[in-house]
Design a protein around this ligand. Sequence first.
Ligand SMILES: Nc1ncnc2c1ncn2[C@@H]1O[C@H](COP(=O)(O)OP(=O)(O)O)[C@@H](O)[C@H]1O
Ligand SMILES: Nc1ccn([C@H]2C[C@H](O)[C@@H](COP(=O)(O)OP(=O)(O)O)O2)c(=O)n1
Length: 239
Amino acid sequence: MGTVVEAANKGASGSILQKRNPTIVFVLGGPGSGKGTQCANIVEHYGYTHLSAGDLLRAEIKSGSENGTMIQNMIKEGKIVPSEVTIKLLQRAMEESGKDKFLIDGFPRNEENRAAFEKVTGMEPSFVLFFDCPEEEMERRLLNRNQGREDDNIETIRKRFRVFLESSVPVISYYDAKGKVRKIDAARPVEEVFASVKAIFEPKNEKVNHYVRIMSKLYMYKFHFAVKRKLISLCCHRC
Ligand SMILES: Nc1ncnc2c1ncn2[C@@H]1O[C@H](COP(=O)(O)OP(=O)(O)O)[C@@H](O)[C@H]1O
Ligand SMILES: Nc1ccn([C@H]2C[C@H](O)[C@@H](COP(=O)(O)OP(=O)(O)O)O2)c(=O)n1
């Protein structure tokens, strides 16, 4: 398999997609924050095509591909699969869909994912939907999810939470610094969360847009402070 840098240098696949100038929304949030649930609502109401990085990786395992065992082991350990694998799957799915509005769910999950996607495809998201939810609530949801997923057990869930804090939050911070993050309180019932999603996809007027952005910014300050505290307490535990 070629590396992401080789793919970037060839630039072939990226340019086919780039020509279509698609709208891309990254959907991020901790495991169990409700990304998939809300993506289904967005697809229904706003005609986006939903691409879940996790679903594509699980389909790759099932297909019996040469990378299947490696992907399965990484998911079981709560680790992030190398970007070259995930990006190829996402690119293929975007190209084959023939569509031009994508919700990319569960990606980019770390800095490597983010930088490689931008380099290989030459594309950036229009904005990032961030579903913010406390760990206790996400844990409850994952343990009740009942999809028979190998990684929905308490040991792997704890590892995934840690990977989210250490690797995915920096990606959210990166896009926050660019003013691209739309943060949503995901701890509420599904309908209430979707009402907030709607306000983002159906902006009322410039004043309301401005208000939503300011509120999101304020929430992000609070969020970053809470993450720093959590990481410090995790470090203290280790010592
Ligand atoms: N707002 C919500 N309140 C309660 N349960 C939810 C909510 N959103 C999703 N769920 C449930 O929580 C579980 C995880 O949701 P899911 O959308 O699969 O999360 P993610 O894609 O972020 O891992 C599912 O069983 C889903 O039905
Ligand atoms: N960009 C991604 C997305 C998911 N993965 C792997 C690692 C994740 O723990 C699993 C499951 O991801 P998925 O988005 O389906 O589920 P959760 O948000 O963790 O509930 O897939 C990855 O390696 N790289």
